[in-house]
Design a protein around this ligand. Structure first.
Ligand code: B9F
Length: 121
């Protein structure tokens, strides 16, 4: 079975999508992220992404999005797997850090969750 190729467009259970470049030889990749949810009445803007993948058949991965419509950052870590049909999917856990006005509010600053991505293109 071929190594999981991250290049292309992926969609998750929230209907967010991301388009990733082919990873460089050192595992570095980049892309853009369109979230379908934001919890705010702001205009959602396509935001840039960078990440790393290990060079394994079902690689561990990590990537970070710098949200262009807020002061927040989300990082995902996870792994690529293949369905019995051979289609790749990404199982990830994320942390979303919001900016807070003062250090005492740090306890309110971080959300956690899981996203599963399937390739659509
Ligand atoms: O909603 C986030 C945000 C930050 C400050 C105002 C709005 C940015 C978008 C995060 C999208 C998350 C989900 N989308 C997805 O595909 S990233 C992990 C999930 N996977 C309101 C105040 C602070 C946080 C939310 Fe905000």
């Amino acid at each position: 079975r071929a190594q999981c190729d991250l290049e292309g467009t992926w969609i998750n259970e929230l209907n967010s999508n991301m388009t990733l470049s082919k990873a460089e030889g050192n595992g570095l990749f980049s892309g853009v992220y369109n979230t379908r949810v934001s919890l705010m009445n702001t205009t959602i803007i396509t935001s840039p992404l960078v990440g790393y993948q290990q060079s394994l058949k079902e690689p561990t991965i990590g990537f970070t999005v710098n949200w262009k419509f807020s002061g927040s950052i989300t990082s995902w870590v996870g792994q690529c797997f293949h369905t019995p049909q051979g289609d790749p999917f990404l199982v990830t856990t994320w942390l979303l850090r919001s900016q807070v006005g003062k250090v005492e509010d740090t306890w309110t600053s971080t959300r956690v969750g899981q996203d599963v991505f399937f390739r659509i293109m």
